[in-house]
Design a protein around this ligand. Structure first.
Ligand code: ADP
Ligand code: MG
Length: 238
């Protein structure tokens, strides 16, 4: 598991300043959601934590280690995006086991991790199929499973459900919640959907224009919004 600190984080793309001094901290095993309107900098922050985007200034600290200059593969992070990229030529079983295999895990370890992940995500019946033989929702479950089976210390999600229809989104929300209950991996989840944030999060970071408006539990934000923006966004009574 991982403890994460983001300290005075800034990001510029050329002359465009998109993250303006963001600070937050995430405890071991916590599920934190970054929420805010499209374009407010959520993906940029997540990508800096993953190491896929450089930091203009500030620090990303994972388990007391500043990781700004550590390449993504050495950060022990798994990431799930909305456009799930599975390996098309591999079966679901091979997709799930791939990360562990790359780390030279034994066959017994891989089988056990695949079984546990498939049980949790209810994809045990699909293990022999290829990604081309799956529905969108099934593919997304496999993509999440593949990430969790690697046993990362930190799990990053970037709007993983936004390409799914409404019914499937609700179902997947439940699956992700169950996954977190069962594996307790520290997770950072980005969404522009306040319902998703309110149902999944232990703690929510509300962003607007690259700045934090409020950090709190779903109940804090709903009952004690810091300002009209948070109240409007979360949908609390004003
Ligand atoms: P969100 O995920 O909250 O929708 P992003 O982090 O993707 O927001 O984008 C924040 C801002 O940064 C937007 O104005 C976006 O256009 C800009 N942006 C994102 N990525 C790049 C990039 N690679 N180059 C230039 N501008 C970018
Ligand atoms: Mg985004």
């Amino acid at each position: 598991m991982a403890h994460v600190q983001v300290n005075q984080l800034f990001k510029k793309y050329g002359e465009l300043q998109v993250v303006h001094g963001v600070d937050f901290e995430i405890g071991d095993g916590e599920f934190t959601v970054l929420v805010g309107p499209s374009g407010c900098g959520k993906s940029t922050i997540l990508r800096m934590i993953a190491g896929l985007e450089s930091v203009t200034s500030g620090d990303i600290v994972i388990n007391e280690r500043v990781v700004n200059d550590i390449p993504p593969r050495d950060r022990d992070i798994a990431m799930v995006f909305q456009d799930y990229a599975l390996y098309p030529h591999m079966s679901v079983r091979q997709n799930l086991g791939f990360g562990l295999k790359m780390r030279n895990a034994s066959k017994v370890e891989i089988d056990e991790a695949v079984r546990r992940t498939a049980d949790t995500l209810q994809i045990g019946a699909l293990l022999h199929r290829k990604p081309g033989q799956l529905s969108g929702g099934q593919r997304q479950r496999v993509a999440i499973g593949r990430a969790i089976a690697r046993e990362p210390q930190l799990f990053l999600f970037d709007e993983p459900l936004s390409n799914l229809d409404a019914k499937l989104r609700v179902e997947m929300r439940t699956q992700i919640k169950r996954l977190h209950m069962s594996f307790q991996v520290t997770s950072i989840y980005v969404t522009h959907d306040q319902t998703e944030a309110m149902t999944l999060a232990d703690r929510i970071v509300v962003l607007r224009d690259g700045r934090i408006e409020q950090v709190g539990t779903p109940d804090d934000l709903y009952s004690r919004p810091a300002n009209r923006f948070v109240a409007g966004f979360i949908g609390s009574p004003t």
